[in-house]
Write a protein that binds this ligand. Sequence first.
Ligand code: FMN
Length: 151
Amino acid sequence: MANIYLPVGSVTGTATAVANVLAETLNAAGHNALVDANASVAALNAQSWDAVLVVTSTTGQGDIPANLRPFYVQLDEQFPLQNGRPFGVVSLGDSSYDRTFCNAGALLEERFFELQGKAPIPRVTIDATETSTPDDDALFWLKEWMEVALA
Ligand SMILES: Cc1cc2nc3c(=O)[nH]c(=O)nc-3n(C[C@H](O)[C@H](O)[C@H](O)COP(=O)(O)O)c2cc1C
C-alpha cells in the first residue's frame, strides 16, 4: 500500500476529472491517493508520501493553472528535496497551441527533477484535439507508472 499525493491544476475541470479517476483506480488497487486542487508544499511535507502524481492542464500561453501556480512557486522558494521519491506527471493540453503544448506539465516535471525526484517513466501528454477520452489515456499511462513507481 502506497500513499500518493495528487496535486491538480485545472481551469475548466477536465484535469480534475482525470485526477479523480486516477485516484479511484489507485484506491481500488489498495493504495491511499489524495487529490489536492489547492496543492501546497505544506501538504506535500505533512505526510510521508510514497509518490507524487501531478495532473495538470495548460492555460494562457503555456501557463500553469491558477490553482496549481502557488504550489509551483512554493517548490521553487522552499526547495523541498525529493531524494529520489518517485513522481509522475499527467499533462493535458491542446496541440493547436503548438509552441506551448502541454507546457505546464513540462514545467512541473522539470521542477521535480531539479528537486531530485525520480520519474520512473516520462510524463504523458494528452491532446484535446486527438482524444475525447482523456481518462482512458491517463489510465493507460497510469498502469505502467504504477508498475514501476509503486513496485
Ligand atoms: C484560454 C485557454 C488557453 C489554453 N492554452 C493552452 C496552451 O498554452 N497549451 C496547451 O497545450 N493547451 C492550452 N489550452 C488547452 C487546455 O489545456 C485543454 O483544453 C485542457 O484539456 C483543459 O483542461 P482543464 O479543463 O483541466 O483546464 C488552453 C485552453 C484555454 C481555454
